[in-house]
Design a protein around this ligand. Sequence first.
Ligand SMILES: Nc1ncnc2c1ncn2[C@@H]1O[C@H](COP(=O)(O)OP(=O)(O)OP(=O)(O)O)[C@@H](O)[C@H]1O
Length: 374
Amino acid sequence: MTDIALLLKDVDKFYGPIDYGVHAVKKLSMDVRKGEIIALLGSSGCGKTSTLRMIAGFEAVSRGRISLGGREIQTFPPVRRNVAMAFEGYSLYPPLTVRENIAFALKASKLSQSTVDEKVASIARLLEIEDILGRYPSSISGGQQQRASLGRALIRDASLHLLDEPMGQLEPQLRAVLRGRIKHYIKERGLTAILVTHDQTEANALADRIAVMEGGVLQQFDTPQRIKERPANLFTGTFVGEPPMNVFEASVNASESRLAFGLKEGIRLEYAASDFSHAVRDALRKRQRVVLGVRPYAVKRSADGVTGRVAVNQWLGDQTHIAADFAGGTLVLVEHDRARLEVGQPIGIRLEPASLHVFDGESGDAISHGEELA
Ligand SMILES: Nc1ncnc2c1ncn2[C@@H]1O[C@H](COP(=O)(O)OP(=O)(O)OP(=O)(O)O)[C@@H](O)[C@H]1O
């Protein structure tokens, strides 16, 4: 038996005529395993919601296939897909109370009234909406409606749960608490879920794997850790991670014993060839222009480093963010201790070979991460 719950194969979405309308999703292929939580992450307009709506059946698939539990479903109406949804705009039924709205999702399940009541009470407790179960949708806040709608989706025993920005209207503290509880609830029941979010903290906290999208194209589909450590391209490298990855255009100069990167303003980063694998040196030797990336947490200060000049020094209560003028741009460093640095003061900057990400100067595709090929 396969452990694949959902499969998307070369899925295209055009709004308007195929090949001429707005191309919102481009040749998207991905697989979701049973029991997995997937986050679709990307900026506004990248095609996340279109993807989710095609899976749910609210939008037609222009090209390609979608299979759920081994059945092709792209031509099925939403009710035949056995998918539970919490969508913005997929609103609660106004004539029903919150309790009735949530219980309505179990209507087809033939459960006894007492089991339904128990399930509703338990999900209401989880989402902290016990006190509004008797109210009507028109008399509760947007955040409460969102939680009621989430409850209505989570209570169902469906093949797939689709959650579109499910906590977008909640305060940060409540979001953080609910995130943990929802993850536990989904995992405990072995549910399969896809969550749309533009919030990377949410994606990192909830998802087993993240699908990063941009311009309708899937940029990378991997675990949060691998996306951080091995971004597939410059887009994921700079989109995922807070503060964002520092990037600098550079030329490459490779000899038998040395590997050097030339940055703007005559800055040269020199390394021993042995700091990188043969394969990386070979790959870099063929390039003239690359983009170097280094995460703010990985930048080190060192007396014998390359000089930068402090532009900003901010203590955030638990870490210091330093921005330095460096190689014609800005380099951000994060340190755990409070740094006693004045604006304008020179600092030595050391970029360890193990923390360098190198991207192709033209395509933006990753060439290497540390000493290994991408
Ligand atoms: N009904 C529609 N008609 C025409 N174009 C649309 C329609 N819905 C979405 N689009 C376009 O398709 C692209 C993808 O939109 P989509 O809503 O899927 O993105 P998103 O990543 O979910 O964005 P957001 O986070 O803002 O919801 C955008 O360019 C959007 O303008």
